[in-house]
Structure formats: structure tokens, C-alpha cells
Design a protein around this ligand. Structure first.
Ligand code: NAP
Length: 326
């Protein structure tokens, strides 16, 4: 018995020291790296999901599915906001199969960001359910996708920027006192070639260029800048982040020609991340304790976005444009 107890104590001590080391490593930004994974982040803050409710958009694949998985596996209530309920349910089933003993909950709800009406309906359903929201992860996104939405905006810009900002605006009354918002942006915001982001909004181009994608991702960072200004000016303790997940092979380039996609990933292979690594920074911003300083993050550490994305005047102009278009 004594031997068994000693072994149990030793195992607990080892587990505890691993947890402390892991937490110290993640909390110390200098040692968080591009290879830090979503599970490592969650393990560093083991109670951060328990009793909390999160909305993850685009949770039917890629980074969103991985984010939902980790929040659920660690005891969170996760609302998977998906445009296709069938693929959403398949993703939820995959997650449940991986974590049969998880104490969290998963539910799929319909949300099509290419329709502002759908955004309003989704928000109205959550309002009616009277939930308290601890985290909103604006993850859903599209890459080169030409065409206009039913609201007559470029699909890329509406899906990545205009509609998530409306969603955030509509869900704000449900935010808990320390709710965190993460906009999954991209380093490719730097590919947008113009000077003033707001001069280009709403875009009139087709939406199939890297520059169009870059503009939408720049808008997401500006939106986080505006949110943080708004939270601060209303003495709210909520925080907003824009995140660069890295380069991850997901479905994001599904509409690009397959040989270009394969060539792209082959050339970039030294920096391609796994989906577990790709979701790590989102989870860091959502779960880290103490609450990370609001801003732009990559590899679980604060980074510098291009200046025009953190310009408060630009952020306010963009918010005014958004509000007129909603
Ligand atoms: N992968 C990368 O290298 C990379 C790099 C930088 C940034 N990002 C960003 O990371 C985020 C996640 O992308 P991912 O790489 O995980 O790609 P993904 O596997 O294609 O996931 C994108 C998700 O967004 C959903 N979505 C697309 N249009 C939508 C709409 N109109 N309404 C609601 N949901 C919609 C997709 O739903 P369906 O399953 O129905 O298509 C899917 O669940 C995106 O914002 C992307 O821009 C990715």
C-alpha cells in the first residue's frame, strides 16, 4: 500500500511539475514557438474552459474544428456556427469520438456569413436562448472566391470582415464581463497594397486576388483595434485579438487550382504548420491567464501588424462604414 501511495504521489508530482513547466513555457512568450500546439496551450490553463460558453464560426473544418475540439475536450460549452449543418454535425461527431469522456458540450447552429440575414437570425437565436458568452471566435473565412453575396458585397470581404463584425456587434449584449473576441486574421493582411484600408471599403473588385484577401484580413485587425477602443471607452474588461495562425494545409484553398495549391505547400513546407499548431494562438488568446494584452498575435505572442491596421482613426472610420452597410 505504502509503495502504491508513494508511486501515486510521485506520479502526481511529476504531472504537476510538467503542468507548471508547460504553463511557464507558454506564458513566457519568448519560448512559445510556431510549434506550440493547441493541446499544449489548453494544458497550460487546465480550468480555463470549464463552465464557459464559446461560439466558434467555421467550426466544420480546419482551424475552427480544432479550436472547437480543444475547448470541448477541456470542459467548455461550444456552439459550432456552421453554414452547412451536415458537415458541422460530422465535425462534431469526429470531435466527440476523440473525446468520449469530455465534460463539455457541443452543438451546431446554422450561420452563413455570406448572408447578413443569416447573421441576424443566428444572433436572434442566441439572444432568445439568453446565453452568456465568454468567447467569440470569428474564425470562418474564405480565400480567393470571386463573386457577390446576396447582400451585394464581395464574398471574400463580407465573409471575412463585414459579417463577423456584425455578428460581434449583435452578440455584444450577451458578452460576459471578461468576454474575449478573437478574429482569425492572417499575415497576408500585408499583401493588401493600398495605403488607407477604409478608402478601399467596400471593395469593388472580384475577390479572387491575394490583395482582396489581404484587405479582408486587414479589416479584421482594424476591427479588433476598434473593439478594444470601444471596450476601453466603456470601462468594459472584454478584450479583442486578431490572430495570424500561420500556414496550415486546410480546405481554405479549395477553390484554387490543385497544382498551384500543391506547389505552394511544397515550396513553403519548412514553415507549414499542423492544424494543432495553427489553432494554438487562437486558444492562447482565448484561455491564457492572466488575460493577454489586447492586440495582434502570432505563435502565442504579441506581434506588430502593419500600422494602418492599428490606427484608431482608421478603425473608427471603418466602423462607421460597417454600420452604414449593416
Ligand atoms: N490555413 C491557413 O494557412 C490560414 C492562414 C492564415 C489565416 N487563415 C484563416 O483561418 C481561418 C480558418 O481557415 P482554415 O484554414 O481552417 O480553412 P477551412 O478549413 O476552409 O475552414 C474555413 C471555415 O469557414 C467556413 N466558412 C466559409 N464560408 C463561410 C460562410 N459564408 N459562413 C459560415 N462559415 C463559412 C467553412 O465552412 P465549410 O466547411 O462549409 O466550407 C469552414 O468551416 C480563416 O479565416 C482563414 O482566412 C488560414
Amino acid at each position: 500500500v505504502a509503495l502504491g501511495a508513494t508511486a501515486a504521489v510521485a506520479a502526481s508530482a511529476i504531472a504537476y511539475s510538467r503542468y507548471r513547466a508547460n504553463r511557464a513555457r507558454i506564458a513566457d512568450h519568448s519560448s512559445a514557438s510556431s510549434s506550440t500546439t493547441s493541446d499544449q496551450v489548453a494544458a497550460a490553463y487546465p480550468k480555463a474552459c470549464i463552465g464557459k460558453t464559446f461560439v466558434v464560426t467555421g467550426a466544420s473544418s480546419g482551424i475552427g474544428e480544432e479550436t472547437a475540439r480543444v475547448l470541448f475536450a477541456n470542459g467548455g460549452r461550444v456552439i459550432m456556427a456552421v453554414r452547412n449543418l451536415q458537415t458541422g454535425q460530422l465535425a462534431a461527431d469526429r470531435i466527440r469520438q476523440r473525446h468520449p469522456d469530455a465534460t463539455g458540450s457541443l452543438e451546431c447552429m446554422h450561420l452563413d456569413l455570406a448572408s447578413l440575414n443569416s447573421v441576424r437570425e443566428f444572433a436572434a437565436q442566441l439572444m432568445a436562448a439568453n446565453i452568456v458568452l465568454d468567447g467569440l471566435i470569428n474564425n470562418a473565412g474564405v480565400f480567393q472566391q470571386p463573386g457577390q453575396t446576396e447582400d451585394d458585397f464581395q464574398i471574400v470581404w463580407q465573409t471575412n470582415a463585414l459579417a463577423p463584425a456584425l455578428l460581434t456587434h449583435l452578440l455584444m449584449p450577451l458578452f460576459s464581463s471578461q468576454c474575449r473576441v478573437v478574429n482569425v486574421s492572417s499575415q497576408l493582411h500585408e499583401l493588401w497594397g493600398g495605403h488607407s484600408v477604409t478608402d478601399a471599403c467596400p471593395p469593388s473588385s472580384s475577390g479572387d486576388s491575394y490583395s482582396d484577401y489581404g484587405l479582408s484580413k486587414a479589416c479584421q485587425i482594424l476591427h479588433a483595434t476598434w473593439l478594444n477602443h470601444f471596450f476601453h471607452s466603456t470601462s468594459s474588461q472584454c478584450t479583442a485579438y486578431a490572430v495570424e495562425p500561420g500556414l496550415i494545409r486546410t480546405n481554405i484553398m479549395r477553390l484554387s487550382s490543385s497544382w498551384i495549391v500543391s506547389l505552394n505547400y511544397a515550396l513553403m513546407s519548412p514553415i507549414v504548420k499542423s492544424v494543432e499548431q495553427g489553432a494554438a494562438t487562437t486558444l492562447y488568446c482565448m484561455l491564457a491567464d492572466p488575460v493577454p494584452q489586447p492586440g495582434y498575435y502570432a505563435d502565442c505572442a504579441a506581434k506588430k501588424a502593419r500600422d494602418s491596421c492599428t490606427d484608431l482613426q482608421e478603425a473608427q472610420v471603418m466602423q462607421e462604414i460597417f454600420e452604414q452597410l449593416w
